[in-house]
Design a protein around this ligand. Structure first.
Ligand code: ZN
Length: 291
């Protein structure tokens, strides 16, 4: 092979390597919601807020569709389909107190299967469902994905199937055990720590316990160069990021450790933090694809 031929071959290999590196990133992520909760006073969620910060909020119930070359990923599946279209339906499936306080606005079209349809997918095209934690507004429709790989911390599965008494058990608490009844035989990737989902560093599962025993968040490396942290309930909203702790925690100490973990990633890596129940951030960034 002539020198120029070798150079061309090397260049070709470099380009190949470059393109495979570029493809091993998240192409895009869509931020959608399983309807909203509210309006209610923010202090119902964050009792530590000073009076002057008091306001009524209507918060998104966030779910994420992640488009990666190795497969479609859903992060959280929202409220169970059974609570759609009004308080009467809600009270047949959730405890009445949850329906009255949270005031879910979910319609049938807001549910994850229809959200996927709107984006041109179907539930059976989803390769992986990552569930941040087993609260009723995050793991409500795991049962819609019998063929997916389900990624949870093992501790969170224990907790979802039998929460501590102080957290409230069905039907009163934030865990609805019926959400998981028919999902016991699914294919679970049961984690005990962080995990690199596709082995390329582009979708990192991060353990962020505190809100619940085995809560987890995601960090995405986008093909565009952006780094996005989807906090889910490690950081509900801006007020929490600003230092007021959430009013619902398995462990307040772990909650702060996890919040700080994500803040340092923001500050050291230049990551953007997206918060699942922040109405203002959703108004700016929700209901669309991010590259
Ligand atoms: Zn939660």
């Amino acid at each position: 092979m002539k020198k120029s031929g070798i150079a061309a071959a090397l260049l070709g290999m470099a380009m190949l390597a470059g393109s495979s590196m570029a493809s091993a990133q998240v192409k895009q992520v869509y931020w959608t919601t399983s309807g909203k909760f509210g309006p209610f006073p923010i202090t119902g969620l964050i009792p530590s807020l000073p009076k002057e910060k008091m306001r009524d909020v209507t918060i998104p119930v966030s779910m994420w569709v992640i488009d990666h070359p190795k497969g479609l990923v859903v992060f959280d599946t929202g409220n169970n389909v059974a609570i759609s279209d009004g308080a009467d339906n809600c009270k047949k499936y959730w405890a009445a107190g949850n329906c009255d306080f949270l005031k879910p606005s979910q319609t049938r079209d807001d549910v994850i299967d229809r959200q996927l349809q709107k984006l041109g997918y179907s539930t059976d095209k989803v390769k992986v469902v990552v569930t941040s934690h087993t609260h009723l507004d995050h793991g409500g429709n795991i049962e819609m994905f019998p063929n997916a790989i389900h990624v949870l911390q093992k501790k969170e599965l224990y907790q979802g199937w039998w929460p501590e008494k102080f957290q409230g058990r069905a039907p009163n608490g934030s865990f609805v055990v019926a959400d998981l009844d028919n999902a016991r035989d699914f294919n679970y990737l049961e984690l005990d720590g962080d995990y690199d989902l596709f082995g390329d560093g582009s979708i990192m599962v991060l353990t962020t316990p505190g809100h619940t025993l085995g809560h987890q968040s995601l960090k995405l490396k986008m093909a565009s160069g952006r780094t996005i942290i989807i906090a889910q309930d490690a950081i509900w909203m801006q007020e929490n990021l600003d230092g007021a702790p959430a009013g619902l925690n398995y462990s307040v100490l772990d909650y702060f450790k996890s919040l700080n973990r994500l803040k340092f990633m923001r500050d050291l890596e230049g990551a953007e933090i997206l918060m699942p129940h922040d109405q203002d951030q959703y108004a700016k960034m929700g209901a669309r694809w991010h590259k």
